[in-house]
Write a new protein. Structure first.
Length: 59
């Protein structure tokens, strides 16, 4: 069975906030002596993600 793929559309500010939050989480895990593999993977995926410009229609 395949895992579903998700698409996340973030503004520049939201993207920066998510990256900063993940870095803070990684630092907390390091200070607790826990593994950071999952957080590292997310940071890499978010930094390498393609930027796609979309138009949003307001109703």
């Amino acid at each position: 069975m395949r895992n579903p793929k998700y698409h996340l559309y973030l503004t520049h500010d939201e993207h920066r906030t998510v990256i900063n939050s993940l870095i803070c989480l990684k630092n907390d895990l390091i200070s607790q002596g826990k593994y950071t593999d999952a957080v590292d993977e997310l940071i890499v995926k978010l930094t390498k993600a393609k930027v796609k410009k979309i138009k949003i229609k307001e109703i």
